[in-house]
Design a protein around this ligand. Structure first.
Ligand SMILES: *[C@@H]1O[C@H](CO)[C@@H](O)[C@H](O)[C@H]1NC(C)=O
Ligand SMILES: *[C@@H]1O[C@H](CO)[C@@H](O)[C@H](O)[C@H]1NC(C)=O
Ligand SMILES: *[C@@H]1O[C@H](CO)[C@@H](O)[C@H](O)[C@H]1NC(C)=O
Ligand SMILES: *[C@@H]1O[C@H](CO)[C@@H](O)[C@H](O)[C@H]1NC(C)=O
Ligand SMILES: *[C@@H]1O[C@H](CO)[C@@H](O)[C@H](O)[C@H]1NC(C)=O
Length: 416
């Protein structure tokens, strides 16, 4: 009696062990073959492009971990009920949805010619500089040493995620961000035009571009996934292609001033211009609205704006507005390993290179800008009315952005 019981247990354990072996074997041998040989979709058979960034393929042994990643990825794929991803009734064809879920990124373009070497080297240089500066103790700024886990969720609100293509964009206001936001809207298909996704970036109205409901940002993760949010963010940060665009920090400030205080902007007038006028321009009772102020020709001067930035009181009241907040505070470049660093000064070449690297240059084109961009050559004129002492303090405030992204210290402004 006892031995037969033992025998039963032994058989059951043995079977379980065999099943386990089969599972492990299947994962190691099956995964790659199965993947290519069973067409899930009836669509055109495009061979799977290699993963975006060819991280060195570590040995096959942690296949269990990569399976977990693949498992997690399934849930990360789109079309699984994202509220920002409305599907029109007629397009919600079950077979199409399934296809999309299991064969994501099928619209990836495959390039047969390599990227121009100078463009590739430019990116390598910028990325190497970032890594060096993050490791270099001579550059110190708040939050530099913290880990990604220590970044508060609300500081992740500038990272826009596109799960369809595996892209993360950190937007920096005053650095072509409207156009890149337009591209993110198109790629994530979050805007529908007559039931089909909008494909033309230029056709997206300005107020929609900046409406946060159009974008899936990392801080919204928190609401959806709760305590798993940070883990999922890290998985995406590891797998997705991350990019940002920057420009000369002082020129960015001039651009912000021109855009927000030289043009009528009621919101910025009430929130910031009135404060500057009261504090730095001897206007104890500034005009009540921006129209009244413009009618009598009153607006804060550029030196007033700089004074506002340097005033310790400003940050005590609230963090810098995103239009003049430092890039290192918006995008956390020492915690997030960006794959692509674009410069506004080389925007067109960088945009072309980036869209190609993302393999979406067949989906969307970067809109050419014909606006009157703030030029670096005006810097001298703009700062001529700012005292040299204030310029030096301002440089200290923005020094991390200068050094992280390779912009030269503006010696001619600081050494007068
Ligand atoms: C759904 O897709 C299948 C196959 O692609 C097609 O035959 C069918 O007509 C589609 N149905 C609708 C409602 O579009
Ligand atoms: C850190 O940066 C300074 C100034 O850019 C440079 O002189 C120094 O060599 C760097 N240190 C390291 C370890 O790279
Ligand atoms: C960051 O770490 C470096 C040494 O690794 C240290 O010199 C520096 O003071 C630290 N900065 C902050 C803000 O903690
Ligand atoms: C943003 O878009 C949503 C829905 O499209 C709309 O309800 C909301 O009013 C918009 N917000 C702004 C500030 O325009
Ligand atoms: C651009 O703006 C600057 C200053 O606002 C002005 O001097 C210049 O003439 C403008 N250029 C064009 C092409 O509009």
């Amino acid at each position: 009696m006892g031995t037969s019981r033992m025998f039963h247990i032994f058989v059951i354990l043995g079977s379980a062990f065999m099943i386990l072996l089969i599972i492990i074997y299947w994962d190691d041998v099956g995964a790659s073959h199965l993947y290519l040989h069973t067409p899930v979709s009836p669509g055109p058979k495009i061979p799977h492009p290699p993963p975006q960034h060819q991280r060195p393929q570590s040995s096959r042994s942690p296949s269990f971990l990569s399976d977990i990643d693949a498992f997690v990825n399934q849930f990360l794929e789109p079309g699984t009920g994202e509220p920002t991803d409305p599907v029109p009734a007629e397009a919600s064809n079950q077979s199409e949805k399934a296809e999309e879920r299991y064969v994501p990124r099928r619209e990836w373009k495959i390039h047969l010619t390599p990227v121009a070497p100078e463009l590739r080297e430019r990116q390598e240089r910028r990325r190497r500089l970032l890594q060096e500066m993050c490791a270099n103790d001579s550059l110190v700024f708040p939050g530099k040493n913290r880990s990604f886990d220590d970044i508060p969720n609300k500081e992740l609100d500038h990272l826009i995620v596109d799960d369809r293509h595996g892209i993360i964009y950190c937007y920096v206001p005053k650095v072509a961000c409207s156009n890149w936001k337009r591209i993110m809207i198109i790629l994530s298909e979050s805007l529908l035009q007559d039931g089909v996704p909008q494909r033309d970036p230029v056709a997206i109205p300005r107020d929609l571009v900046h409406n946060s409901s159009m974008h899936f940002t990392f801080n919204k993760f928190w609401k959806r996934y709760g305590k798993f949010a940070k883990h999922l963010m890290k998985v995406k940060l590891k797998k997705y292609t991350k990019f940002l665009f920057v420009r000369d920090p002082f020129v960015r400030l001039i651009s912000a001033y021109r855009n927000k205080f030289e043009m009528r902007n009621e919101d910025f007038y009430r929130r910031f211009a009135q404060v500057m006028l009261r504090r730095y321009a001897n206007q104890p009772t500034p005009p009540a609205s921006v129209d009244e102020a413009f009618a009598v020709g009153i607006h804060p001067t550029f030196p007033n704006f700089i004074q506002y930035l340097l005033d310790p009181q400003t940050e005590k009241e609230m963090p810098f507005n995103e239009h003049w907040r430092q890039v290192y505070r918006l995008c956390h470049p020492c915690q997030i390993d960006y794959d692509f660093v674009g410069h506004l000064e080389t925007a067109e070449e960088d945009a072309e290179h980036l869209l190609r690297q993302l393999r979406v240059d067949n989906v969307v084109e970067f809109p050419t800008s014909n606006r009157n961009l703030t030029a670096s050559s005006w810097e001298g004129d703009w700062f001529s009315t700012v005292p040299v002492e204030a310029r030096r303090e301002l440089y200290k405030l923005y020094e991390p952005d200068f050094r992280l992204f390779g912009y030269d210290r503006p010696d001619s402004l600081l050494n007068e």
